[in-house]
Ligand binder design. Structure first.
Ligand SMILES: [Zn+2]
Ligand SMILES: [Zn+2]
Length: 102
């Protein structure tokens, strides 16, 4: 129940608004819009790139373990846009993995 701030009489709902006999009108649609905007908060979505990709493209990278010159790689995107993505190499021969930073 709401009462008129001007005269204290009970407000009557009419056409989506609360009206008083004195002429005061409270617009309910404004109130609702405020409630909605309060609830809609930006949810941070973290994308994990390359998380479920086991085999990436093959590149001519020399394995530090066995000296093999072929390795697959994938990019590990960091959360910060300022940082370059980290490359993860996997030797196609011995499956040794190592990181490379640009
Ligand atoms: Zn009133
Ligand atoms: Zn290797």
């Amino acid at each position: 129940m709401e009462f008129c701030p001007d005269c204290g009489a009970m407000l009557l709902p009419k056409e989506g608004k609360l009206q008083c006999s004195c002429g005061y009108v409270k617009d309910l649609s404004d109130n609702n819009a405020y409630e909605v905007s309060k609830k809609v908060e930006a949810e941070e979505t973290v994308k994990m790139m390359g998380e479920d990709v086991d085999v990436g493209p093959v590149t001519n990278e020399t394995c530090p373990e066995c000296g093999h010159d072929k390795a697959t790689y994938k990019l590990l995107q960091t959360r910060s846009a300022d940082e370059a993505p980290t490359r993860i190499f996997t030797c196609t021969k011995c499956k040794h993995t190592w990181r490379a930073y640009d």
